[in-house]
Design a protein around this ligand. Structure first.
Ligand SMILES: Nc1ncnc2c1ncn2[C@@H]1O[C@H](COP(=O)(O)OP(=O)(O)OP(=O)(O)O)[C@@H](O)[C@H]1O
Ligand SMILES: [Mg+2]
Length: 295
C-alpha cells in the first residue's frame, strides 16, 4: 500500500467543522474528499500530534469490513511548509447535494423536551430515535446499536450526537442514514510509543484499557457508559441483538492484516493496535456473544 500525495490536488471551498484538527476539501481521482490533519494531543503533552489520522483510517476500515456503510478513507500526506503531514482523506458523502444533518439536530426537533439536542443521555437518545418522524425508527436503532458495538471494539470515546447522522434530500424532503464518519477518537489515539510498549507489557494496563477506559460518549444517570459493563448487564435487547448479528462478521485476522499493511507507522504502533483490538474483541465482545448465544 502506497501513501497518496494530496499536495497538488485541486482545492475546494467547502469547509468542515469539528474540534479535532484542521480539515480541507480537495478533489482526488474525480471525487471530493475532506482531508483530516493530525490534531493536538491535548491529553499527552509528550506527543506533538495525536494519532487521530491513522485511528480514523483503521476505525473506518473496521466498519467497512463488517459491512456497515462508512465513509471511504485513504491514507496519504500533504506538504505544509516543506514538511510532510500525514492525512486521512475521507470521501465527502454530501457531494450530490445532500446535506448532513447530525443526530443532535434531529434531537433538537423534540420540542416537548427542553433538553439540548447534543445531550447524550441514552434514554433521551433512544426516545428521539423512537419518536422522530423522518425515517423508520427500527433502521435508525439498528444502526445506532451496530455503531455502538464497533465503537466498543475500537474504543471510541467520542461518538457524540454530532458524530453520526443523516443525509437530507431537500428536493424530496427525505432523510436517510449517513455513512459512519469520525472514528479519529478511538484506539487510544493519544498514547505515545513508549506507553504503547508499557501497556503491551502489562496485563494490568491492558485490562484497564478493556474494562475501565475509554468510556462511551453516551451517559446513564449523568455518567458516561462503561462499554464492558454495559454489554455484561445486557439490559438493552436491541444492543444484544446487534452484538449477535455483528459478532460473526468481525474478522479479527483480517483486521490484523489490514493494520499490518499500513505504511509509515512503526511496528510497535501496529502491534499495539492489534493487541488492544484482540483484547477488546475477546473480553468485551466474544465473552458476551457466547453468553447470549450459549456457545
Ligand atoms: N465524509 C464526510 N463527508 C461530508 N462531511 C463530513 C464527512 N466527515 C465529516 N464531515 C463533516 O465534517 C465535520 C468534521 O469532521 P469530523 O467529525 O471527522 O471532525 P472532528 O474534528 O474529529 O470532530 P469532533 O469535534 O467530533 O472531534 C463533521 O462534523 C461533519 O459535519
Ligand atoms: Mg466530529
Amino acid at each position: 500500500m502506497e501513501l497518496v500525495d494530496f499536495s497538488n490536488c485541486q482545492r475546494r471551498h467547502k469547509t468542515y467543522g469539528g474540534a479535532n484538527g484542521n480539515k480541507i476539501s480537495v478533489v482526488y481521482d474525480g471525487q471530493i474528499y475532506m482531508l483530516k490533519f493530525p490534531s493536538e494531543a491535548d491529553k499527552n503533552r509528550d506527543m506533538e500530534y495525536s494519532n487521530n489520522v491513522v485511528c480514523e483510517y483503521i476505525g473506518c476500515h473496521i466498519f467497512k469490513m463488517v459491512g456497515i456503510p462508512v465513509q471511504k478513507t485513504i491514507l496519504g500526506y500533504f506538504m505544509v511548509n516543506h514538511k510532510k503531514k500525514l492525512v486521512v482523506a475521507c470521501q465527502d458523502f454530501t457531494h450530490d447535494g445532500k446535506v448532513l444533518q447530525d443526530f443532535g439536530s434531529l434531537k433538537n426537533q423534540m420540542i416537548e423536551s427542553s433538553r439540548s439536542g447534543y445531550g447524550t443521555d441514552l434514554n433521551e437518545v433512544l426516545y428521539t430515535i423512537q419518536h422522530q418522524q423522518g425515517m423508520d425508527p427500527v433502521l435508525i436503532e439498528q444502526r445506532f446499536w451496530e455503531m455502538f458495538v464497533i465503537d466498543a471494539l475500537i474504543g471510541n470515546w467520542d461518538r457524540h450526537n454530532g458524530n453520526w447522522g443523516f443525509l437530507y434530500d431537500s428536493v424530496n424532503d427525505s432523510i436517510e442514514l449517513a455513512p459512519v464518519f469520525d472514528c479519529g477518537s478511538a484506539l487510544f489515539s493519544q498514547v505515545d510509543e513508549e506507553n504503547m510498549q508499557k501497556i503491551m507489557d502489562s496485563k494490568f494496563e491492558t485490562n484497564r484499557r478493556v474494562y475501565d477506559i475509554p468510556t462511551s460518549s453516551l451517559t446513564q444517570n449523568g455518567k458516561r457508559l462503561n462499554y464492558f459493563r454495559f454489554f455484561q448487564e445486557g439490559d438493552f435487547s436491541q444492543c444484544n441483538d446487534a452484538l449477535i448479528r455483528l459478532f460473526p462478521r468481525i474478522d479479527i485476522d483480517g483486521i490484523e492484516a489490514m493494520i499490518q499493511e499500513i505504511p509509515v507507522i512503526s511496528q510497535i504502533q501496529k502491534t499495539f493496535y492489534i493487541h488492544m483490538l484482540n483484547a477488546r474483541y475477546s473480553l468485551i465482545l466474544e465473552k458476551n456473544y457466547e453468553r447470549l448465544t450459549n456457545t
